[in-house]
Design a protein around this ligand. Structure first.
Ligand code: HEC
Length: 491
C-alpha cells in the first residue's frame, strides 16, 4: 500500500496530476448546473469517442476507391466477424452525435448560456456543429453507393452555383470534371484527416473556454446578466455554494453518457448498419436515393422549392443562416436568460425545429429523387427552340429534364464540365450524336440505359438543329443531299 502511495506521489511530483484534476474535471461549478438539462455536451463527447475508436477500426479494412469501397463494406458486413457490428456502431454513433450536438445547441440557446461572457464558446460550438455535419456528410459518402453518389452530386451543384468561384470549387472538391475515384479520395481525406483534425482542435478550444469561463448557472427569471458585475457574481456563487464537477456535479453526465452508449450499442445490434444500396446489393428494394436523416430536411426543401429560388437560397440564404447562427450572441444581447422571459427565442426555436421536422417528414414520405442540379433551373433559350419541329421541342425538354445542362452549356448558359452544345451539329453527325448520348465517353456518362428510344430520337433531333444558320450541320459522307437524317432545318 505504501509503495503504491509512494509511486503515486512520485508521478504526481512530475506530472502534477493533482493540479490537472483541480483545473479540469475537479473544477468547481455552480450547484444549479448539475441538472439533467446540462448533460448533452458531455454525451456528444461520448459519441465522438465512439466515432474515433470505431472509425480507426473501420479504416483498417475500408478501401477508398469506387471499385473496392463497396466490396470492402460487403466484406465487413458478411465475412469479417463482427464487421457489421463495427459498421453499426459507427453509423449509430454518427446519428446520435448529430442529434445530441443539435439538442445541446438548442438547450444552450434556450437557456441563454451563450450570453456574456460565453459568446466565443458559442461560436466555437457552432464551428463544431458544422464540423460534425461535415463528418456526417463525408461519412455518408464513404459508402459510395447510390445515396452517397447523389449526395455528392448535390453538394457539387451547390458549390457550382457560387458566383465566380463555383467552377473552381466544384473542380477542387471533385478532384476532376466528374464525381469519380478522385472525388472519393478527396472525401476520404476530408473524413479521416482534415475534418477530425479540425474537430479535435476546436474541441480543445471549446473545453478550454468552458473551463476558463465556467459552466453557466441555471437561468433564473428576472436575474440579469450584467457584463460589469457578472464575473464577480459568478465567482462568488461558485466559491460559496459551488460543487466539484467530479465526483459531485457530474453524476448525471455519467448516467446519461452511459445511457447514450447503451442506446448506440443496442441500435447497432438490433437495427444494424445502413446497408449500402449499391448496384450489387440484392436486397435493394428502393431505388430512390435518400440521404441519412440529418440531411433529409435540406433535400426535401430543395426538392419542393421552385427551381428559380434554388440559386438564391444556396448563394444567399444558406450562408446568411450560418452567419446568423454564429452571430446569435451579438444579436440577442438582452440581459435576460430565462426562456420564459425570452418569447422570441422560444418562438424561433419552435419554428426552426418544426420546419426541419416537417421537411424531414416530407423527405421520407414523398417519392422524389433529388433533381436539384446546378443548371436544370435555367431553361433552354427561346432562340434555340423558335420555329423548330415538335420533335426538336420535345428534345429540348428532354435535354432539360435529363440534366444534360449540368455539364453542358448552351451558348454560355449552363454547366462547364462538357463542351458547349450551341454549335454541336456542325461538329458531329447524327450517328455520332446518337453514339455520344448512348455510350457517353470522355467523362460523359452513358445515357443508353436512362433514355427510351423515342427520347434519344427527340434529343438527337434537337441537337441536330444546333448549328448557326449560315453553317450547315455535319453530314456523314454516306447520306445523300436530300437530308434523309431528318434534321429539321431552322427557318
Ligand atoms: C457528367 C457531365 C455530363 C453530362 C450529365 C452530360 N454530358 Fe455530354 N459530355 C460531357 C463531356 C465531358 C463531354 C466531352 C466528351 C469528350 O471530350 O469526348 C460530352 C460530350 C457531349 C457531346 C459531344 C459534344 C462535342 O462537341 O463533341 C454531346 C452531343 C453531348 N455530350 C450530349 C449530352 C446530352 C444530350 C446529355 C444529356 C442526356 C449529356 N451530354 C449529359 C459531359 C456530360
Amino acid at each position: 500500500m505504501n509503495r503504491i502511495r509512494l509511486l503515486g506521489q512520485w508521478l504526481d511530483d512530475r506530472l502534477a496530476l493533482g493540479r490537472l484534476y483541480e483545473h479540469t474535471i475537479g473544477h468547481r461549478i455552480p450547484a444549479s448546473s448539475a441538472s439533467w438539462w446540462y448533460v448533452f455536451g458531455s454525451a456528444t463527447l461520448v459519441c465522438l469517442i465512439i466515432q474515433l475508436v470505431t472509425g480507426v477500426c473501420l479504416a483498417l479494412v475500408y478501401v477508398p476507391s469506387p471499385d473496392d469501397a463497396y466490396a470492402s463494406l460487403e466484406y465487413l458486413d458478411y465475412e469479417q466477424p463482427f464487421g457489421w457490428y463495427l459498421r453499426g456502431l459507427h453509423y449509430w454513433g454518427s446519428n446520435f452525435m448529430v442529434a445530441l450536438v443539435t439538442i445541446h445547441m438548442v438547450q444552450i440557446f434556450l437557456f441563454g448560456a451563450y450570453k456574456y461572457p460565453r459568446e466565443l464558446t458559442w461560436m466555437v460550438g457552432c464551428a463544431l456543429f458544422l464540423a460534425t455535419i461535415g463528418m456526417a456528410f463525408t461519412g455518408q459518402t464513404m459508402r459510395f453507393d447510390q445515396d452517397a453518389y447523389w449526395g455528392v452530386e448535390i453538394i457539387v451543384s451547390i458549390l457550382g452555383r457560387l458566383p465566380g468561384v463555383g467552377e473552381y470549387a466544384t473542380h477542387l472538391l471533385q478532384g476532376g470534371p466528374i464525381v469519380g475515384a478522385e472525388t472519393l479520395s478527396r472525401f476520404f481525406a476530408l473524413h479521416v484527416f482534415v475534418i477530425p483534425g479540425a474537430l479535435i482542435g476546436l474541441l480543445v478550444i471549446h473545453i478550454r473556454l468552458v473551463l476558463v469561463l465556467g459552466i453557466s448557472e441555471y437561468p433564473v427569471a428576472g436575474k440579469h446578466v450584467e457584463p460589469g458585475a457578472y464575473r464577480d457574481d459568478y465567482e462568488g456563487v461558485v466559491e460559496k455554494t459551488g460543487i466539484r464537477l467530479m465526483p459531485e456535479g457530474g453524476g448525471k453526465d455519467l448516467v446519461f453518457g452511459a445511457l447514450v452508449l447503451l442506446a448506440i450499442v443496442l441500435c447497432a445490434a438490433l437495427i444494424g448498419p445502413k446497408i449500402p444500396n449499391g448496384p450489387a446489393d440484392p436486397t435493394l428494394i428502393q431505388t430512390v436515393p435518400r440521404p441519412d436523416f440529418y440531411f433529409l430536411s435540406l433535400f426535401a426543401a430543395f426538392a419542393l422549392m421552385p427551381p428559380y429560388l434554388e440559386t438564391v437560397v444556396i448563394v444567399y440564404v444558406m450562408p446568411l443562416a450560418i452567419v446568423l447562427l454564429f452571430a446569435v450572441p451579438f444579436i440577442s444581447r438582452g440581459p435576460e436568460r430565462h426562456p420564459s422571459r425570452r418569447p422570441g427565442a422560444v418562438i424561433a426555436v419552435t419554428v426552426v425545429l418544426l420546419s426541419l421536422f416537417t421537411l424531414a417528414w416530407e423527405g421520407v414520405q414523398s417519392p422524389w429523387s433529388p433533381d436539384m442540379d446546378a443548371w436544370s433551373g435555367v431553361p433552354v433559350q427561346p432562340r434555340f427552340v423558335r420555329g423548330r419541329s415538335p420533335l426538336a421541342h420535345a428534345g429540348a425538354t428532354i435535354l432539360q429534364a435529363k440534366q444534360c445542362r449540368n455539364c453542358h452549356a448552351l451558348d454560355g448558359a449552363g454547366g462547364k464540365r462538357g463542351p458547349d452544345l450551341a454549335g454541336v451539329a456542325t461538329r458531329l453527325t447524327e450517328d455520332q450524336l446518337i453514339r455520344q448520348v448512348l455510350q457517353g465517353g470522355g467523362n460523359m456518362p452513358a445515357y443508353g440505359k436512362h433514355l427510351a428510344p423515342h427520347e434519344v430520337t427527340a434529343l438527337v433531333a434537337f441537337l441536330g438543329t444546333l448549328h448557326p444558320e449560315n453553317q450547315p450541320p455535319a453530314r456523314s459522307a454516306a447520306s445523300s443531299s436530300s437530308s434523309p437524317t431528318g434534321f429539321p432545318e431552322p427557318r
